[in-house]
Design a protein around this ligand. Structure first.
Ligand SMILES: *[C@@H]1O[C@H](CO)[C@@H](O)[C@H](O)[C@H]1NC(C)=O
Ligand SMILES: *[C@@H]1O[C@H](CO)[C@@H](O)[C@H](O)[C@H]1NC(C)=O
Ligand SMILES: *[C@@H]1O[C@H](CO)[C@@H](O)[C@H](O)[C@H]1NC(C)=O
Ligand SMILES: *[C@@H]1O[C@H](CO)[C@@H](O)[C@H](O)[C@H]1NC(C)=O
Ligand SMILES: *[C@@H]1O[C@H](CO)[C@@H](O)[C@H](O)[C@H]1NC(C)=O
Length: 946
């Protein structure tokens, strides 16, 4: 029996040894199986690797290979040649993947995943690797120098990662931009630990088989290494959206098949090297660099050019001659250079062309009917040149045309009558030409139109009422023409109007139409320089979105309405009218007894009531609150416009489509640290400057909206849509939302002066925010909160009011930011359940309930109001005086000592704020006033000017 046992033991050991030895045969270290399992173990658990398990030992006849595992392919000897887990949601790092165990690996494809940390140096062991694709992960650090070992590589794609380009500051003596010479050798730097990221290693030239090199959207800097001139097979070179500099190396002219070059959004400069003279391309993208000199004349010699962009450089000279017969062309962007040429003679007919932008160059010639034969055209932009001729009807009939911009040229004649045929047109700008005649009635058929600019022409007649059928319009500019007659009341049907309505510099007569009261998203209204008569209608004072109004140089008369924009610090120009009166500077005061006697006495009573007793004030709050609700009931129109733009909302971040996902990624350097301007509970905020110096703030959300189910995504979308439609002059505008690839972000209006918290912390800036500005700051916040609580359906609770969330514009006007962020992020519960407002501002009930009401904001507002008076957070004050003690304080003692003492008038205002703030801080949410009431009392107080 014993013997038998011994034999079987011997056999077992022998078999085990055989198995081990056979799988060890092609490596010196770990087996491939063991290496993969070890890597799997180091990763967070993920179902996609469930097939990666070691076969049961008992089943000993089966060789122990990983060849049937997901993503693995082996050669006939059972050795791994491919590891392909593209787009599987893979998480973790490559740190514990022992590359030395895979001597035969040919393909490593892990693109579109969530891998983090640097690429390990040990990748150099994969000496047979031909295909390496790590596109779109979260990899950081530098390119490992060991890549020089990968001499068989033919495709290398590390695009869309965070491979950074930061050199150790010690390399830059005296803060200069140039690193110290002598230290530049990349190996040197690595050995000395000075290279924290950056350049493409010169060793790249060892990969002589390379045909595709894609490094776009990382943070590389420095020149293109000359060694690339040794990669003779190179076909595609994509370096876009990094910080590369210098010129394009002449040595790349040695690469005969290099016909796809994408270097846009870098800092390249100088003229293109000589080899561009004769080179033909399939794809050439040079936009947004500092290139000078001429464009390559033979760019389409082979007739295979699909895309050519060179926009936003300083190119001079002619349009490349090979472009004329380039029928393959799909996309051409040469805007914002100093190119000369003739838009008629230098261009032909392009059946596949969808997008052409030649704006802001020095082009001349006639506007040709050829453009009307480019049947695929979606975007035609020739603005800012010296193009003459009439606007051919053929262009305005292009079926797919979405955007037509011919502004600032010398185009004359009439607007084609058949303009209404291009029903997909959403952007039509013909301003700054010599167009004459009438606006065709068919304009009303442009049902997708969002932006219409016909300003600065010689158009005449009356404005056709059909324009009121362009329901999607966000802005309308008809200024500087010869329009006569009444303003069509149908313009009031354009309820989507947001950005502006400009009818100035015409000869329009009659009254301001009552229907304009429906424009409850409008931000800027300009009707100056006309012959308008009658009174300024009262509804203008209740249009909460309005941030600037110009009615100057008309024949308006009567009292200027009270409140709203007319009581604000926003630009209001009512000068040069016939007979206006009111409290606006430059106007004579109205005769109170005939106009406002009732309101006047009421107000006096109220002030007395407040200063004498808080209880009476609270009672009044209720009364006035009710009154206001009735008064503004018709303002409560918040539409639920579930419409065709819903898809666009996800991908196009601005209503006119001009801010695209790529632009944002590129303009923020893929969210580079240097563009970061702040960090909040839900993510970092980046400054975004787009061409034309348009500034925005982009908040990149921490949450992984990827994990949301369809229901949540629908909820998320409609929340955002409601918020983008919310317009109030004291709320930071949310322009849109992008969710694409791994990024989710929100695009906001940019606020020059930063947060109230920062301003109060800085002595100089705090003094700039003088007493009257402080009152207006608190008033603005109160009005914003009142709007969101009472004019939005359903009401929106902020949940996180604090001085960090109050931003100030260049004229120091307060804007509440992050409105609603809290609410729509609720769908992503992981962030939300742990979040209960900012410490020091959060209402006490947040500690024990998640059922949040508006009263949470009311509490935080109370803290904020006191903070603005004191110049610092009242933290100590509040904890010291927990038991109503704070009520005993004389507020005059806590006023910010950095400001000079203030007059009696202001003291009265602050007494009101103090009383209101204390009532907001009551522990019982039900006892706190509504924001409507608070705002209303403050508005009344602010209208007491002397
Ligand atoms: C990505 O993976 C899928 C399988 O998930 C495969 O069908 C596809 O060919 C892969 N793509 C590449 C480029 O390897
Ligand atoms: C490069 O490959 C050789 C063998 O092919 C190996 O010895 C060496 O360690 C590798 N270098 C790196 C940095 O991986
Ligand atoms: C890479 O990213 C991780 C996580 O974000 C960070 O901890 C690490 O410091 C980064 N490494 C480098 C080299 O940038
Ligand atoms: C290109 O390769 C040759 C020979 O392999 C080498 O001598 C030369 O230094 C390389 N050139 C560059 C710029 O790396
Ligand atoms: C260039 O491309 C052609 C066609 O694909 C190929 O035959 C030729 O070998 C390539 N030349 C080089 C140097 O790679």
């Amino acid at each position: 029996m014993m013997d038998h046992n011994k034999i079987s033991l011997f056999l077992e050991i022998h078999i085990a040894c055989f198995l081990l030895c056979s799988s060890y045969q092609h490596t010196s270290g770990l087996t491939e199986t063991a290496a993969l399992l070890r890597w799997k173990q180091s990763l967070p658990y993920q179902p996609i690797l469930d097939s990666w398990v070691s076969p049961p030992q008992a089943n000993s006849s089966v060789a122990q290979t990983p060849c049937s595992w997901r993503g693995i392919r082996c050669d006939s000897q059972g050795s791994v040649v491919e590891l392909n887990l593209n787009n599987t949601g893979l998480k973790g790092t490559l740190k514990n993947l022992n590359f030395s165990a895979f001597p035969n690996l040919v393909l490593l494809n892990l693109k579109f995943n969530q891998l983090t940390a640097p690429i390990p140096e040990s990748i150099g062991f994969l000496s047979k690797l031909q295909y390496l694709d790590l596109n779109r992960n979260y990899l950081n650090g530098t390119i490992p120098l060991s890549l020089s070992n990968l001499t068989q590589l033919y495709e290398l794609d590390l695009s869309q990662n965070y491979i950074t380009g930061i050199l150790d500051p010690r390399l830059f003596p005296d803060g200069s931009d140039e690193p110290k010479t002598g230290l530049i050798g990349i190996k040197n730097l690595v050995l000395q630990g000075l290279l924290l990221g950056g350049k493409i290693p010169n060793e790249i030239g060892n990969s002589k088989q390379l045909t595709i090199l894609a490094l776009y959207q990382n943070s590389f800097y420095g020149p293109i290494p000359f060694s690339l001139g040794n990669c003779t097979h190179l076909n595609i070179l994509s370096l876009a959206a990094n910080s590369f500099s210098g010129t394009i190396p002449p040595i790349l002219g040695r690469l005969p098949n290099l016909t796809d070059v994408r270097v846009f959004f870098n800092n390249f400069c100088g003229p293109l090297p000589q080899w561009f003279q004769n080179r033909s391309f399939t794809m050439l993208n040079l936009s947004n660099n500092n290139f000078t000199g001429h464009l390559p004349p033979q760019v389409c010699k082979d007739g295979s050019l699909l895309e050519f962009t060179a926009a936003y450089n300083s190119f001079t000279g002619p349009i490349p001659m090979s472009l004329r017969n380039c029928t393959s062309l799909v996309r051409l962007r040469l805007e914002h250079n100093q190119l000369t040429g003739d838009v008629d003679k230098d261009f032909g007919v392009y059946p596949n062309l969808t997008y052409i932008d030649l704006s802001y160059n020095r082009l001349q010639g006639m506007l040709s009917t050829n453009w009307g034969s480019c049947k695929s055209l979606q975007n035609l932009n020739l603005a800012g040149n010296s193009i003459v001729g009439i606007l051919p009807g053929e262009i305005s009939q292009l079926k797919h045309l979405q955007k037509l911009d011919l502004s600032s040229n010398l185009i004359y004649g009439e607007i084609p009558r058949q303009i209404g045929i291009t029903s997909s047109l959403y952007y039509l700008h013909l301003g700054g030409n010599n167009l004459s005649g009438l606006i065709p009635k068919d304009i009303g058929k442009l049902s997708s139109l969002q932006s219409l600019d016909l300003s600065m022409n010689s158009l005449r007649g009356s404005i056709p009422y059909q324009i009121g059928d362009c329901y999607e319009l966000l802005n309308l500019n008809l200024s500087n023409n010869y329009f006569t007659g009444k303003v069509p009341y149908q313009i009031g049907n354009l309820v989507a109007l947001q950005d502006f309505l400009d009818l100035s510099y015409n000869s329009l007569s009659g009254e301001i139409p009552v229907d304009f009261s429906k424009l409850n998203k409008l931000i800027s209204l300009n009707m100056s320089r006309n012959n308008l008569s009658g009174p300024i209608p009262n509804f203008l004072a209740t249009m909460l979105s309005l941030s600037s109004i110009n009615l100057s140089h008309n024949n308006l008369k009567g009292p200027v309405p009270d409140g709203g924009i007319f009581n604000s610090t926003n630009p209001v120009d009512l000068s040069n009218n016939k007979n206006l009166c009111g409290r606006i500077q430059g106007l004579k005061p109205c005769n109170i007894s005939t106009t406002k006697s009732h309101g006047g006495t009421n107000r006096k009573k109220m002030v007395i009531a407040i200063t004498s007793s808080l209880a009476v004030a609270l009672f009044l709050l209720g009364v006035i609150g009710n009154f206001i609700v009735l008064y503004k009931r018709n303002l409560r129109a918040v539409e639920h416009n579930t419409g065709h733009n819903e898809e666009n909302l996800f991908f196009i971040c601005h209503s006119d489509g001009s801010i695209m996902y790529e632009d944002i990624i590129e303009a923020t350097g893929n969210f580079a640290e240097k563009y970061c301007i702040g960090e909040g509970a839900f993510g970092k905020v980046y400054k975004l400057i787009l061409p034309g110096d348009k500034k925005f703030a982009v908040k990149k959300l921490i949450c992984e909206a990827d994990d949301l189910d369809m229901e949540s995504i629908k909820a998320f979308k409609s929340e955002i849509k409601a918020l983008t439609e919310t317009r109030h002059r004291n709320i930071v505008k949310l322009y849109g939302f992008c969710k694409r690839r791994s990024h989710t972000f929100l695009i906001y209006e940019y606020m020059e002066r930063g947060s109230l918290a920062d301003i109060l912390r800085n002595d100089k800036e705090a003094s700039e925010l003088d007493w009257s500005k402080r009152f207006n700051t608190i008033l603005g916040v109160a009005q914003a909160l009142s709007y969101m609580h009472h004019d939005c359906e359903p009401p929106i609770v902020h949940r996180d009011i604090s001085s960090k969330n109050i931003l100030l514009s260049s004229n120091l006007e307060a804007h509440v930011s992050d409105f609603g962020t809290a609410r729509f992020l609720k769908v992503d519960s992981s962030i939300w359940t742990t979040f209960a407002g900012t410490y020091g501002y959060a209402a006490p009930e947040l500690a024990y309930t998640m059922a949040v009401t508006e009263k949470v904001d009311v509490y935080s507002f109370g803290v904020l109001a006191i903070e603005v008076l004191m110049g610092e957070h009242p933290g100590d004050l509040m904890s010291r005086n927990l038991n109503d003690g704070i009520n005993q304080i004389n507020f005059k003692e806590i006023l910010d000592s950095r400001l000079s003492s203030t007059n009696q008038q202001n003291l009265k205002k602050f007494a009101l704020i103090w009383d209101l703030a204390l009532s907001c801080l009551q522990a019982n949410p039900q006892s706190r006033p509504t924001m409507r009431g608070v705002a209303q009392l403050m508005e009344k107080e602010s209208s007491h000017k002397t």
